[in-house]
Each structure stands twice: as structure tokens, then as C-alpha cells.
Design a protein around this ligand. Structure first.
Ligand code: NDP
Length: 479
């Protein structure tokens, strides 16, 4: 049995905790029913231990945990009502988690308190609104943290490059970077992780993975879901912040990174951070590199969808985009000159969630073969988990006329949901599948100029009817 990890959830009665975090742990407990874990919840709402235990059982079972396992965890759990932006409140929560009195911090230096338990590590999970997380981190500076404290921080990490840097500086006064886990659940998606095996364990692809052979890359996450009552969050975020700034740039980093010698947290995160540092907007500026649009009324299947601006809770003055596209270049010897397009949108008719690698044409097509020569493409599905290799073959009616054949395979089904995969690392104290501080700052740096240009109206807001395809002028890789 591994030492008991204590997971302290700040924001324990919130949406993320019930819908994603606890079910993620439930799926982990389905795979590892004996995992030694104690959960302490905290929020500002009054709740008894019994009510929290009920919430735990419900959400852990929803994620796949067996009933008796969920009850074992719930019986050992505790709940503390506290304002986590207040250092006294935080000391009370941590004291409950560690079974001791937590001291105020005596100086500005990072200092840790030895705790009697001697067990595994403590994870402080910030399932809080971002502004509250920032204030909770400030309050933690007045708390002598227990030994082996890890911090799990939800997205978004900061609001722009400067605020992400400031938050990183504050977090660095609390625990070492190796004990900070910035959560991006895309890093736990099995198909995203498949990119690593595909690139580095197949000579076929390893040999052609560069600007020499690849003409363009598209990383897209187009959804048919519309707003679905989430205006409170989405109208302040929009497609660029919600998907591209975090998830899709992480996928880009894995697709474009240099081969690491080992798959360890340090090697992998060094390699992905180097890609992000080398990434800049295509064509030099946001006006040429980005597009934005908002859906108008339409229908998706048999569902009538109102225009985004007429959705309850939306303020049209905010000019929030529901479809965003940013084209970047990774300016290094492997990728310079290759456009890499990141796109995500809501209320679309065709749901493309994929990485499309489009290969360059052969240098010389033998005379006698009749074109056109269809473009060869590798499509890595991000959902559903399928992979397609679209290659050029001889025609069926005329063997010298070229046509495209598609090899399709379903990828193995992941044992764990993406959140479960990321949580497994956090609970084990392994930061590999979470985002390092410098990478979080780089993701904002790449997007900040685009956000500024959109705010100033330098990039027009386009429109598309709900249920339609991505506008054809945007040049999507697949129909
Ligand atoms: P919620 O508002 O649903 O939950 C946050 C919880 O924190 C609420 O219960 C809130 O209480 C509580 N809280 C707020 N201030 C304090 C305080 N000072 N002291 C103690 N508790 C406090 O937010 P979400 O769960 O949706 O989001 C949490 C984080 O997860 C955010 O960073 C979000 O961006 C991120 N995230 C959320 C996703 C989701 O699908 N929900 C997906 C991915 C990331 P009260 O209700 O009283 O305000």
C-alpha cells in the first residue's frame, strides 16, 4: 500500500468538483480500488461531514468507483467550512487535513512545517474561481505549509502573460515548481498521449516529421454543442481563451516538440516549453494570423439554436467569439515556414476534433500517372479516438489515375478519463502531465497580441449560422 495522499479540495461544493474532479477520482479508484487516499473538502457554504460524504459517494460512483470503495473514502473524509482567502481559514483546513495545528509563517521565506502523520503528500486542489485562487495563494503566504505540499491549479492560470507571471512568482514562494501541477486535462487524453508513441516509436513517422515533408498542420476542436446555459463562464472567456490558449497549444507542443531522450517530467516539459517559446503568430501579426466569429440562429440536427447574442446571460457588448482560429509558426529549424492552425468553435455542424498533418507533394510525379495527386494526410482524432491515414493509391477504374485511400483504425479505449489520468499523476506527486510555469506564461504570450487586436476591433467579427460548417474562407483541412 502506498502512503496515504491527502487531497484537500478548496471549492468542494462547486461545479468542477462534482462534475469532473470527483468523477475523475472515481475512475481512478475503479482501476485502483486500494489506492490510499483521504479527501478533505472545504468551501464557504455550510455543510456537515455527512452531507459532504453523500456528495463524495454520489460523484465517485458516477466516475466508476465501486460502492464500497466510495463509502470507504467518504467515511474517512471531512469537511471544513472556511473562507479560503483568509489565512486563519486556510490554517483550519490544513490543520484538519494533517491532524495538527498549523502555524503562521514566521518570515517571507518558503518554510515548511513537519507534520506528525509521516504519511504521503498533501495536495491542495484549487477548484475555485481564478480570482479567488489568486487571493488564496496570497493568504497561503502567511501559512507555514506542511511538508510535501503539492498545489493543483485549475485553468485558466492567470488572465494574460503578466498576471500568469505574477501568479507564478507568488506560487514559487509557497512550494518548489516540481510540486506545482497546473491542470490541463487535454494532457490526460489518451489520443494526445498517443502522439508520443506515434512520433517516437515509428520510424515511418519519425523520418518525415518536419517542414521537409509536412506542408501544414491543423489542430481543431470544433463542437456541435452551443452555449448550453454556460454564459456565466463562457461569455467572459470565448473560444480563444477557453480552448486555444490552454488545451490546443498543449497539443501543439507535443506534436512539434523535439524528441526527448526519456519520457520524464523534466525532459517532456523542457521539450514542450521550448516549442512554445519558439511559437509566434503567422505572418507577423494578429490581423493576418487570426479570425473570429459568432454564431447566428440556426439548427443543429433537429435542435433550434438561438443566435449567441440572444442566449440567456450573454452581453453582446462583450463581443465574445464562439469560433476562433489562430495560425502560428514554430520558428525553429524543424518547423520554420510551416503554418500551424489552431481552431475551436461551438454550435458547428461538423464536429472536427483532430490533429491533421498534411504532407507535402512528392517532388516529382512519374509521367504517365494522371492527377490530380490527392494530398496525403494523417488524421489523429482527439474525439472519437480514431486515426486515419489518407494516402494516394492507384485508381480503381483507371489504374494510372490517382485516388485517395483511407486506412482507419480505432485506438485503444483509455482505461481512465482524461481527468483521472491527470489526477493519478497529481496524487502520485508526478508533475509530468501538468503544465510547467514557464509554459503557462508562453501560452498567454502567444495569445495576448491576438486578444488585444480583437479588443481594438482590428480583426473583424464574422458570423456563421449555428449548425453550419467552419466558413470556407477559413481553409479548414477537412470538409
Ligand atoms: P464554481 O463557482 O462552481 O465553484 C467554485 C466554488 O468555490 C464555489 O462553491 C464557491 O462558493 C467557492 N468559493 C468561492 N469563493 C470562496 C472562498 N473565498 N472561500 C471558499 N470557497 C469559495 O466554479 P467551477 O467549479 O466551475 O470552477 C472552478 C475552477 O475550475 C475555475 O478555475 C474554472 O475555470 C475551472 N474549470 C472549471 C470547469 C467546469 O466545467 N466547471 C472546467 C475546467 C476548469 P460560492 O458558490 O458561494 O461562490
Amino acid at each position: 500500500m502506498t502512503p496515504t495522499c491527502t487531497l484537500v479540495i478548496l471549492g468542494a461544493s462547486g461545479d468542477l468538483t462534482e462534475r469532473l474532479l470527483l468523477p475523475g477520482i472515481g475512475s481512478l479508484l475503479e482501476r485502483e480500488p486500494d489506492r490510499a487516499l483521504r479527501i478533505v473538502g472545504s468551501d464557504r457554504v455550510e455543510m456537515s461531514d455527512a452531507q459532504f460524504a453523500e456528495l463524495l459517494v454520489r460523484a465517485l460512483i458516477a466516475g466508476g468507483a465501486a460502492e464500497q470503495v466510495a463509502h470507504r473514502i467518504a467515511d474517512d473524509a471531512a469537511y471544513v467550512c472556511a473562507d479560503v482567502t483568509d489565512s486563519d481559514g486556510l490554517r483550519e483546513v490544513l490543520g484538519q487535513a494533517q491532524g495538527c495545528v498549523i502555524r503562521p509563517r514566521s518570515s517571507g521565506r518558503r518554510a515548511h512545517q513537519e507534520v506528525p502523520d509521516g504519511g504521503g503528500h498533501l495536495v491542495l486542489y484549487f477548484a475555485l474561481p481564478p480570482a479567488v485562487t489568486e487571493r488564496a495563494c496570497a493568504a497561503l503566504q502567511e501559512v507555514e505549509l506542511p511538508d510535501r505540499t503539492h498545489l493543483a491549479m485549475e485553468k485558466p492560470f492567470g488572465r494574460d502573460e503578466a498576471s500568469a507571471r505574477a501568479l507564478n512568482e507568488r506560487v514559487a514562494t509557497l512550494v518548489p515548481e516540481s510540486q506545482v501541477h497546473r491542470v490541463d486535462h487535454f494532457l490526460g487524453k489518451s489520443t494526445v498521449l498517443d502522439v508520443i508513441a506515434l512520433r517516437f516509436a515509428n520510424r515511418l513517422f519519425q523520418a518525415v516529421w518536419s517542414a521537409e515533408h509536412i506542408e501544414s498542420i491543423e489542430i481543431a476542436y470544433d463542437e456541435s454543442l452551443a452555449l448550453e446555459g454556460r454564459a456565466g463562464y463562457y461569455d467572459h472567456a470565448g473560444a480563444l481563451r477557453d480552448m486555444i490558449q490552454s488545451h490546443l497549444l498543449q497539443v501543439l507542443a507535443l506534436v512539434a516538440m523535439e524528441p526527448p531522450a526519456r519520457i520524464t517530467d523534466r525532459d517532456l516539459r523542457d521539450a514542450t516549453a521550448a516549442v512554445l517559446r519558439a511559437t509566434r503568430l503567422w505572418g507577423g501579426g494578429p490581423e493576418t494570423a487570426s479570425r473570429r466569429a459568432r454564431y447566428t440562429a440556426g439548427s443543429i440536427g433537429d435542435r433550434q439554436v438561438p443566435a449567441y447574442v440572444d442566449e440567456p446571460g450573454v452581453d453582446p457588448e462583450r463581443e465574445t467569439e464562439t469560433l476562433a482560429q489562430v495560425t502560428v509558426e514554430v520558428a525553429n529549424p524543424r518547423w520554420a515556414g510551416i503554418p500551424i492552425t489552431l481552431r475551436s468553435g461551438k454550435a458547428l455542424g461538423a464536429t472536427h476534433k483532430h490533429v491533421v498533418i498534411t504532407f507535402a507533394d512528392v517532388r516529382h510525379l512519374p509521367d504517365g500517372l494522371t492527377g490530380p495527386d490527392p494530398q496525403d494526410q494523417l488524421v489523429i482524432g482527439l474525439s472519437p479516438d480514431v486515426m486515419e491515414l489518407r494516402i494516394t493509391t492507384n485508381g480503381t477504374s483507371d489504374p494510372l489515375a490517382l485516388e485517395q485511400s483511407v486506412f482507419t483504425t480505432s485506438l485503444r479505449e483509455a482505461e481512465l478519463e482524461a481527468y483521472g489520468e491527470v489526477l493519478a499523476g497529481i496524487l502520485d506527486g508526478d508533475p509530468m502531465l501538468t503544465v510547467r510555469g514557464d509554459a503557462a506564461e508562453e501560452c498567454w504570450r502567444i495569445c495576448d497580441d491576438v486578444l488585444a487586436a480583437w479588443k481594438d476591433g482590428r480583426v473583424p467579427m464574422e458570423e456563421y449560422p449555428a449548425g453550419s460548417a467552419v466558413p470556407s474562407a477559413w481553409g479548414a483541412a477537412l470538409d
